[in-house]
Design a protein around this ligand. Structure first.
Ligand SMILES: *[C@@H]1O[C@H](CO)[C@@H](O)[C@H](O)[C@H]1NC(C)=O
Ligand SMILES: *[C@@H]1O[C@H](CO)[C@@H](O)[C@H](O)[C@H]1NC(C)=O
Ligand SMILES: *[C@@H]1O[C@H](CO)[C@@H](O)[C@H](O)[C@H]1NC(C)=O
Ligand SMILES: [Zn+2]
Length: 976
């Protein structure tokens, strides 16, 4: 009970220094609540302390949608109701002050909280203030680590943690990151968590060979140095691997969903089993370095009837500890991950240092979780473009002022989209490992969010431009559909650029005419070309026969306007050639084609005078159906398991057609009725675009297919290749190799796949070929000089990891199977300067300009050009976040986007003046925050709490960013 607890008030600081964790204690704290480290139960130094952590793992959508899980709807699919879990846990916590519970997913907690009476809210606050209910992780969801982009992860963490801070204050701030379920772990996630102020990170899943080695060497605790650029300990994070995934030890599951025997402790009754339970409990073995072990007492959606768990845990603690009187040196206690972490820190041990990551994850020799890197490629792209749209929505809310939320087009908001994006980061959302109806629900939420944002964007642009003419959004330009441009003789295009530097961007619009006049904001006419549009994918939607192509130039964080008017109708210009061209080139690049096969044959950078041999083609792996000698594991939503290491070529040759105009040159390649590609070189581009279209993947032959494209080059890779981590730092990979253990390779393809979130490259001393992707995909380098990327998967079997559906996507418009289209951007550079090209290129793909359209003539007073910035930011600096925080403050994140070793020019510290940033805002004060914006930066260093926010007029407004640094500021602003 409480009296027995140590109420020693200590302020705990965790400094991570060079692999050693030190732990100064004993300073006086000023506040009276006893949450966090202060509320931990005492342990016994001379005994083995067993930390029982009651918890529930609540997926923010998986077999059911997030709302079905919350309400406990559709229990026929899976028995799970989060509202009942929270009801029941709170009730049970009140019954015994010793009991503890941790809660993780703020998306659910937020839903529940809003439905509670104020007296219940008070009760819960008290539980939080006493550390009996503790939040861990605390983001909106537990994000996927392989397929997410850091920008969206930071946003979703910020949203969850902000709610916890505003609702509970410092006692609501989670101390540990808790990613017990994600299927492999990204180094960038550890880096972000360190910068969000977490003291430690726990997870459950790692490769089975890695686990075995760590158990042998007692290295299940480690210090993860998660950045090669940030100065330690900025990205250092203590990391602990849980002993049994996130489940209770066998035989000790007392949830209503489990069948283990309850503790029957009435000695008068026949089936008294206390001695047996205690004996079995004491026999559990664990290999850890200290005299503390953690046991996760819970699992998926458990504690709906929390009484079952707690009644038995109370007894377990009582009866095991009673054995101390008999000399048994075991002390069992209710605990939380942060209390366990505190004890580990107190031991002052030195932990092994880790610099690489935890990909790929295999749970057995033929069970590599590398399929989900690509699963549901259309959803993965939709999530990525939605992030771009959300960032623009956030920016325009700030730049346009209050009229954006309530203006000529009605009431708009960014919150709906923020929530939809936050939910989409969950490890069964963008990962593609959910059931089909749940995937549809995520997409529906994103679409709905975008509707709300469109109103806001229209209001904001109306305010900034002075024109209240209706704005049309064309979200299907990638398949040549836009009703306005197809049918209108005169329209204008507003191009909003979310980047803090000017961009040049090719625009392609579906049109029905054959010649147009395009003029820029100054009335100057710009080059434009009309060519055939592709029609396969749009099917019955749209009727344009042509595409209008021109380059736009948009100012930093602002827009410009182009007007387009029809010059002539009639047949399209005869620019199409049916023979295979031998080469296409612009002033930067030349690409050649093999005249016999129609495939790419070389790529040259004309500026640096580099040439590589480059052949590219499409292949498919035959997905294992599970009828196999080594293992019965089939390929599925999670798992990639080809049944042969040699993929089938879709076609050795491509039928080609080419279109050559001054604005763009294209070679269109047809490989089969379901695979085609446009090789495209714009006049002003330093990158070669490969626009691939794959699907419907045929399954009439009853073979599941995993479709890849492979680039085979003359680059001498010596087994090395490089992939990014969550779109940020790049990690070196080596075929059939893991940096931290001696790999026994059992899947030569799947075991060499890694997540690619935004880029991958291969290089030797002279040449680097970088591929920038438009969504997360899986890929690998199996042979020397080769890089392959998986584009699409269609499978016939479930892979027995719970989703219980084969990954076989169809939809109303595509009843025969989804058709997916995407782009790869290739650049060839010298290795020493390649980042100067691929960093900005990848950024332009992640945050791409938004086009909005207005029919007819604009009012003559319309402001045709606008920039929210006084000047473009330096090339190394990325404006990561600009978002309204409350009435008169905005959240700003500035990021140095180069790694320390990447560039002679750009890997230097840069300085930005915060006061001279914006054109529409006066910056009146600034306060620096941690990365997740739930703690003031200066408090983060001291690990204390309770001082009010202060907007300082700093002595200098200049802030310096070092390589890979992200700095987060709250700016107090006034509209100009
Ligand atoms: C913790 O360990 C470090 C390095 O091993 C040592 O210098 C320090 O004195 C230790 N501190 C305590 C309190 O034991
Ligand atoms: C589009 O252009 C084609 C070819 O010029 C013509 O046959 C068709 O009627 C046009 N459609 C519309 C809706 O203008
Ligand atoms: C945390 O929330 C409190 C109100 O509970 C607020 O005063 C404080 O400014 C917030 N901290 C941050 C970093 O936003
Ligand atoms: Zn999960």
């Amino acid at each position: 009970n409480m009296a027995a607890m140590s109420l020693q008030l200590t302020v705990v600081s965790l400094f991570l220094l060079g692999g050693v964790l030190t732990f100064p204690l004993g300073q006086e704290a000023e506040h009276t609540s006893t949450c966090g480290y202060e509320s931990c139960h005492p342990t016994k130094p001379d005994m083995l302390n067993v930390h029982l952590v009651p918890h529930t793992h609540d997926d923010v959508g998986w077999l059911k949608t997030v709302d079905q899980y919350f309400y406990g709807d559709r229990n026929d699919i899976q028995h799970a109701g989060v509202q009942y879990i929270l009801d029941s846990v709170v009730d049970q916590l009140l019954k015994n002050p010793d009991r503890r519970f941790i809660y993780v997913e703020t998306a659910f907690f937020y839903r529940w909280w809003r439905q509670q009476s104020s007296s219940m809210q008070q009760t819960v606050k008290q539980l939080v203030n006493e550390g009996r209910l503790e939040f861990v992780n605390g983001g909106w969801c537990m994000s996927d680590e392989a397929t997410t982009h850091y920008s969206a992860v930071i946003d979703q963490m910020t949203m969850g943690l902000r709610f916890l801070n505003e609702t509970f204050g410092p006692c609501g701030r989670p101390r540990v990151a808790w990613h017990i379920d994600p299927f492999g772990h990204a180094r960038e996630h550890a880096s972000m968590f360190a910068q969000m102020g977490y003291d430690g990170f726990f997870f459950g899943r790692l490769d089975y060979q890695d686990r075995a080695r760590r158990m042998m060497y007692r290295e299940q605790e480690l210090l993860w140095r998660a950045s090669d650029s940030l100065t330690p300990p900025m990205a250092d994070l203590f990391t602990g691997i849980l002993p049994n995934g996130y489940n209770p030890p066998e035989g000790f599951c007392w949830d209503q969903s489990c069948d283990d025997a309850p503790i029957r402790d009435d000695p008068d009754l026949e089936d008294y089993n206390v001695d047996d339970v205690v004996k079995r409990f004491l026999a559990i073995s664990a290999v850890y370095k200290t005299n503390h072990i953690i046991m996760t007492m819970g699992s998926d959606f458990q504690y709906e009837n929390a009484n079952l768990w707690y009644k038995n845990l109370d007894k377990l603690i009582h009866y095991v500890n009673a054995q101390q009187a008999n000399g048994i040196k075991v002390n069992v206690l209710y605990s939380t991950p942060s209390c366990y972490l505190q004890e580990l820190h107190r031991t002052n041990l030195t932990w092994a240092l880790k610099n690489d990551d935890f990909f790929p994850y295999a749970d057995d020799a033929h069970d590599f979780w590398t399929g989900y890197f690509t699963s549901r490629p259309a959803l993965k792209r939709y999530e990525r473009i939605s992030n771009s749209n959300l960032q623009m929505c956030n920016q325009l809310e700030v730049l346009g002022g209050p009229v954006s939320r309530r203006g000529p087009f009605g009431v708009g908001d960014s919150k709906t989209m923020k929530e939809a994006m936050a939910v989409a980061q969950h490890h069964d959302a963008v990962s593609g490992t959910e059931k089909q109806h749940v995937a549809n629900d995520y997409a529906r939420r994103l679409a709905n969010g975008w509707q709300h944002c469109q109103v806001l964007v229209s209001n904001s642009l109306a305010g900034l431009s002075g024109s209240t003419a209706e704005r049309i959004y064309c979200d299907n330009l990638n398949i040549s559909v836009c009703p306005l441009t197809e049918s209108s003789k005169k329209f204008s295009v507003n191009v909003y650029n979310p980047l803090a530097r000017p961009v040049t961007w090719p625009v392609r619009l579906p049109v029905n005419g054959t010649a147009y006049v395009v003029s820029d904001a100054n009335g100057k006419s710009v080059d434009s070309q009309v060519s055939f549009s592709t029609r396969e994918v749009r099917r019955s939607r749209g009727f344009a026969v042509n595409e209008l192509v021109f380059q736009v130039q948009a100012p930093p964080l602002g827009y410009t306007t182009y007007s387009v008017s029809l010059l002539q109708n009639g047949p399209p210009p005869a620019s199409t050639q049916h023979h295979t061209p031998t080469a296409i080139k612009n002033k930067f690049l030349q690409v050649t084609f093999d005249p016999d096969t129609g495939l790419l044959s070389s790529l040259s950078n004309l500026e640096t005078k580099q040439t590589i041999k480059l052949t590219q083609n499409f292949y498919w792996y035959n997905a294992s159906d599970g009828n196999n000698v080594e293992s019965i594991q089939p390929s599925g939503a999670y798992i990639f398991r080809p049944n042969s290491s040699t993929p089938f070529v879709i076609s050795k040759t491509a039928k080609t057609e080419s279109i050559q105009t001054p604005a763009v040159q294209e070679v269109r390649q047809w490989f089969s009725p379901w695979v085609s590609q446009v090789v495209r070189l714009y006049a002003d581009s330093r990158a070669l675009e490969l626009e691939w279209t794959v699907g419907p993947v045929p399954i009439d032959d009853d073979l599941g297919k995993e479709v890849i494209t492979r680039l085979d080059t003359s680059i001498q890779t010596a087994q090395y290749f490089y992939t990014d981590s969550n779109g940020r730092e790049v990690l070196q990979r080596k075929t059939d190799f893991r940096p931290t253990w001696n790999l026994k390779q059992s899947e030569p393809i799947a075991g060499n796949y890694y997540p690619i979130n935004s880029r991958a490259f291969i290089k030797d001393d002279d040449d680097q070929l970088t591929v920038v992707t438009d969504r997360s995909q899986g890929g690998g380098s199996i042979n020397n000089g080769s890089l392959e990327i998986m584009l699409h998967r269609r499978l016939l079997y479930d892979d027995v990891r719970g989703v219980a559906e084969p990954l076989n996507e169809t939809s109303g418009i595509f009843p025969k199977g989804l058709v997916v289209r995407g782009r790869l951007l290739l650049s060839l550079d010298r290795p020493a300067s390649a980042a100067d090209a691929h960093r900005p290129l990848a950024q332009e793909v992640v945050l791409q300009p938004l086009l909005t359209f207005t029919g007819g003539d604009l009012h003559p007073n319309t402001r045709l050009e606008f920039s929210g910035l006084q000047a473009a930011l330096p090339p190394a600096v990325h404006l990561l976040t600009l978002s309204q925080w409350d009435k008169d403050s905005v959240l700003l994140r500035l990021e140095h986007q180069f790694q320390s070793w990447e560039s002679k020019v750009n890997s230097q510290p840069v300085t930005v003046n915060l006061q001279k940033l914006f054109t529409t805002l006066d910056v009146l004060g600034v306060s620096e925050l941690n990365l997740s914006a739930n703690q003031w930066k200066d408090e983060m260093k001291r690990f204390t709490c309770n001082s009010p926010p202060t907007f300082e007029d700093p002595s200098t407004w200049e802030v310096t960013l070092r390589p890979m640094e992200i700095r987060t500021f709250l700016l107090k602003v006034g509209l100009r």
